[in-house]
Design a protein around this ligand. Sequence first.
Ligand SMILES: Nc1ncnc2c1ncn2[C@@H]1O[C@H](COP(=O)(O)OP(=O)(O)OP(=O)(O)O)[C@@H](O)[C@H]1O
Ligand SMILES: [Mg+2]
Length: 350
Amino acid sequence: MQKIIGESSSLSTALDHVSLIAPVSRPVLICGERGSGKELIAERIHYLSSRWDQDFHKVNCAAISESLLESDLFGHEAGAFTGAQKTHIGRFERADGGTLFLDELGTMPMRIQEKLLRLIEYGEFERLGGQRTIKVDIRILAATNANLPKLAEEGEFRHDLLDRLAFDVIQVPPLRERGEDIPTLVDFFATRMVIELGWDYYSGFSHRAMDRFIHYHWPGNIRELKNAVERSICRWQDKDSPVDQVVLNPFATQSESATDLSLTQTASDHQESELQQSFPIKNFKQQIHKLEISLLQNALQQNQFRQNDTAKALALSYHQLRGLLKKHKNVLQLTHEKNVQKRFDEQNKE
Ligand SMILES: Nc1ncnc2c1ncn2[C@@H]1O[C@H](COP(=O)(O)OP(=O)(O)OP(=O)(O)O)[C@@H](O)[C@H]1O
Ligand SMILES: [Mg+2]
């Protein structure tokens, strides 16, 4: 079982929930943003359950076509369809006694949802093209980053299946809500990378690089952090000095990454110095105005000037952000590269 790193209160709450629910042999739905660790949570539920010594099967519902998914899950008899030369034993049969993890459940086609409902309810199904009803004992775990209740409201997901699957729901917190876990995660991924590169030591990350990791909003969560840590070490190559450049965007050129880091640093330094005012304060409104600009500037840079992402990072609606950008357009540095400026201009076309 892979270790789940982190001691933040939001992760600990989710893990306590996992420990409670793991021994109860009922379906569990695991919800969370992409890359937040849903699969790790599913594995943990399996290994903490009485089925730990049985198989843990994973199926990604989004990775294959509807007909392949159906035959992968239910199996088929020889001659069930053109090309079905031999009998195929599906996952439901192979996972008998164990756990089946259905990843990206929100993409499961309606027809398969209906058959899955019967399996969860009665433990029964037939192979494609088969007459014989097969009975199995499987624990179903499912993961999604979609809003399933909303999909069900819109008629895209079966309500009755959602009710059965959501015997209990584990919410995996996004990385930006557990910032205190970032330094430990950075060290963990960095150490693994250093070992993989065959280095006998490395000098860690500089303070400003660690700051960058801590203040970024991580839309791709832990997978994105892991990649950024590994990429930054690979590109740095100097074991003797602390890694000082965080490469968040692998498409950016070296100079863009460097500019990105120094601009962010300037913005956060600025923000800090603004906050270290002595009291009594004389120009409250002006200070707030400056802080607003500083926060906007910082968020824009960290999100490569993408307005949707910037709005999310600031917990604003898109329209609120647009309003603020208009208000401060004369002072905000809206770009550090021409191509980004172009993107900004395009987004702002009325
Ligand atoms: N708490 C953690 N400690 C260590 N590694 C983690 C942690 N959470 C996630 N990871 C690692 O991050 C990566 C993404 O995790 P995982 O595949 O479980 O996410 P996911 O939510 O299933 O993603 P997706 O929605 O893209 O399927 C994996 O390499 C996993 O090992
Ligand atoms: Mg996954």
